[in-house]
Design a protein around this ligand. Structure first.
Ligand SMILES: C[S@@+](CC[C@H](N)C(=O)[O-])C[C@H]1O[C@@H](n2cnc3c(N)ncnc32)[C@H](O)[C@@H]1O
Length: 221
């Protein structure tokens, strides 16, 4: 049976990366639920340090869903906020390639992760469809011109609204925004500044899809 991506080499690479990411989940859970002390008020420097070598890849079904949506809307200009080792970028770049070409803008501020992401892009033969910046995504995305077809937020939530403010005027009608892990009350609070925009019924329609942890999908009107 053909896979969603229908690309055996890419599927094999992604299977390895998803496997490595799943293998790290227990350590991440242990840190956040058992080892970390103090109330949660967002990512602190100690959390950023702990996550510096973690893949935290977007779940496979969510990433495949993003690929499918990007194919459905013919996405050729995509912004990915939160890159890590580049797993979700690979799905988005495959969609851009299969749509006839374009660019996935990606940004990651951890230098080691950037190097690994670049190697993954090369291994998949998708480098030409990806513009990866070693930078804070909010600053870097200012130079990415519209029209933007698709945006993925898979990043610490404090960075979401600043990026949204930059890309908002460049979204084309019918553009899709997806944001990971919007399913819980806590997430709705930390994503609050994003929802102030996405819940304006004159600008967007949005829905939390029932993937694990929730995946937000918003349509720009
Ligand atoms: C959940 S991971 C992204 C996983 C990725 N989407 C994938 O599927 O492989 C989030 C990443 O965002 C990066 N990050 C967080 N805040 C950032 C910022 N303001 N600018 C750039 N990168 C940031 C973190 O270093 C981390 O690697």
């Amino acid at each position: 049976m053909p896979t969603v991506l229908n690309d055996a080499k890419l599927d094999a690479l992604l299977a390895r990366l998803h496997g490595e990411s799943i293998d790290q989940e227990a350590a991440i859970e242990r840190y956040y639920f058992h080892e970390r002390t103090g109330a949660w008020t967002g990512m602190e420097p100690r959390d950023v340090a702990f996550m510096a070598d973690k893949l935290e890849a977007l779940d496979k079904d969510k990433a495949e869903f993003c690929y499918m949506i990007c194919r459905a809307i013919g996405a050729r200009r995509i912004v990915e906020a939160g890159t890590s080792f580049g797993v979700s970028t690979l799905y988005l770049a495959a969609a851009v390639r299969d749509n006839g070409g374009g660019t996935v803008f990606a940004a990651e501020r951890e230098p080691t992760k950037v190097a690994i992401a670049r190697a993954n892009y090369a291994a998949a033969g998708l480098t030409q469809f990806i513009e990866l910046h070693e930078a804070d995504v909010t600053l870097a995305c200012r130079d990415f011109a519209g029209p933007i077809d698709f945006v993925l937020f898979d990043i610490w939530t404090d960075a979401v609204r600043p990026v949204l403010d930059v890309v908002l005027p460049r979204l084309r009608p019918g553009a899709i925004i997806c944001a990971d892990n919007t399913g819980s009350e806590r997430a709705r609070t930390t994503y609050g500044a994003m929802f102030e925009i996405l819940e304006d019924p004159h600008a967007f329609r949005t829905m939390t899809l029932p993937f694990k942890g929730g995946l937000e999908m918003a349509v720009k009107l």
